[in-house]
Design a protein around this ligand. Structure first.
Ligand code: NIG
Ligand code: FE
Length: 423
């Protein structure tokens, strides 16, 4: 089927020559076509341009069924790519939310058996099918908030059986939803209680039991380690990343969230596609990232929710780095997958310009999950994942109106998704 969107007030992030990512000063450049059209054919972007040029392009429209949409007063964005989530989890942890309000820190809650270990217990008690149903509700939620691609991590299993259960649920989501999914094995999210005092044995299980199964069943694209104070050391992280690399799993890192942990440098050393969180980073970390293929991925939702210091986004961009933003959707540190809000937090808390924030949730976040060839912008031949906004006066209005739902129509893989069609 073809879809022709006409009279678009602003077509955001439309590129004739697609870029794999944008860095430094280029992050403040945003391609925008005003009074535009967008033509979609069989799931892909066929063409776009100014309305005045549309008559000369009508030859592109074949005899096939065509659906026309008038987007007068509205903007069209490429769908968000969310390159860091833990959206597959069981239950919720609002009791810890209250503990935090009463003054307990994230680490204290974790030490008392809350945190990640609490989610691991809940996940263990939940059947595969129930886990899938709960996770799909969140997938539907983020689709209607404008997300078209999502990376999902394991890491609430923490034993072979439950880690594999999580990864199989991720695979099922990948096969049954129009959202683009990438999968990450995060067995090294926390050391389970039963391995207290014997953490090396848990690392052995990750390396010798979990990774071989994950690889043989092709359950993950990436491998991630929580390289931070109280979780995994640099040496342990290196061991685990090397074991994953042997099986072709590309490294990612959770790091520098709770301290200057060395996570950034370790990620860079092992060619990580992204290093994520980075609330504790300074000039050493920035220097380590310069000139590499590793994308710093900031999670302003979790810094906001936990009251952590904000990562130095401005310094990173001014030093010439690119930045991606992600939601970190998870039950402990960021129970929200709202990428529009993440953009607003990027602007408000991290002092990113609206153009920088848009690049950080589209082209750069597509890069951080290894899909910028096919997603993350509006370019001929890319997958037709876009959304049409409600009427807005400008594109800056989108992050500015931080509490408003401005996503009106969602198109994924060239199909209009609505409430009745079950995404
Ligand atoms: O990205 N930092 C580590 N892991 C998750 C939190 C997981 C949890 O608290 O359940 C994060 O913030
Ligand atoms: Fe995370």
């Amino acid at each position: 089927m073809m879809i022709l969107i006409r009279n678009i007030r602003g077509l955001v992030q439309a590129e004739d020559i697609p870029k794999d990512r944008v860095c430094g000063k280029d992050m403040s450049v945003l391609n925008l076509i005003t009074d535009a059209y967008l033509l979609i054919d069989s799931g892909f972007i066929k063409d776009f341009g100014a309305m005045k040029d549309l008559p000369s392009k009508m030859g592109l429209i074949s005899e096939k069924e065509i659906r026309e949409i008038d987007a007068r007063g509205k903007y069209v964005f490429p769908s968000f790519c969310d390159p860091h989530t833990h959206i597959v989890y069981a239950g919720s942890r609002e009791s810890e939310f209250t503990d935090k309000i009463r003054g307990l820190s994230y680490e204290e809650i974790a030490r008392r058996g809350g945190g990640i270990l609490n989610s691991a217990k809940l996940l263990h008690e939940t059947s595969d099918n129930e886990l899938f149903i709960q996770s799909m509700k969140r997938i539907h939620e983020i689709i209607f908030m404008g997300t078209g691609a999502v990376e999902i991590k394991s890491g609430y299993g923490l034993n072979s059986e439950d880690e594999i259960k999580m990864l199989r649920v991720i695979k099922r989501i990948r096969e049954s939803s129009p959202i683009e999914v990438r999968s990450t094995f995060l067995g090294a999210h926390a050391v389970p209680d039963e391995y207290k005092g014997r953490r090396n044995e848990y690392i052995d299980v990750i390396i010798n039991e979990m990774i071989p199964v994950v690889a043989s069943e092709q359950l993950a694209d990436f491998i991630d380690v929580f390289c931070d104070t109280g979780f995994f050391t640099v040496e342990e992280t290196e061991q685990i990343l090397m074991a994953g690399l042997k099986y072709g799993l590309i490294p990612k890192i959770h790091g520098n969230e709770l301290d200057f942990s060395g996570g950034v440098q370790t990620g860079v050393k092992y060619g990580a596609l992204s290093v994520d969180h980075l609330e504790h980073s300074g000039s050493e970390e920035i220097k380590a990232l310069k000139g590499t293929g590793t994308m710093p991925t900031l999670l302003p939702g979790s810094a906001f929710f936990l009251g952590l210091p904000d990562p130095p986004a401005r310094k990173m961009i001014d030093a010439g780095l690119g930045i991606a933003l992600a939601s970190d959707y998870n039950p402990g540190s960021s129970p929200s997958g709202n990428m529009k809000l993440v953009m607003s937090l990027g602007c408000i808390r991290l002092k990113m310009l609206p153009e920088e924030a848009i690049n950080a949730v589209t082209v750069n976040s597509a890069y951080a999950m290894g899909i910028s060839e096919t997603h993350g912008s509006i370019a001929r031949g890319k997958v037709a994942n876009v959304f049409i906004t409600k009427e807005m006066p400008s594109y800056e209005f989108f992050p500015y109106a931080y509490g408003s739902n401005l996503v009106e129509t969602v198109i994924l893989k060239g199909k209009i998704i609505n409430g009745e069609t079950n995404p």
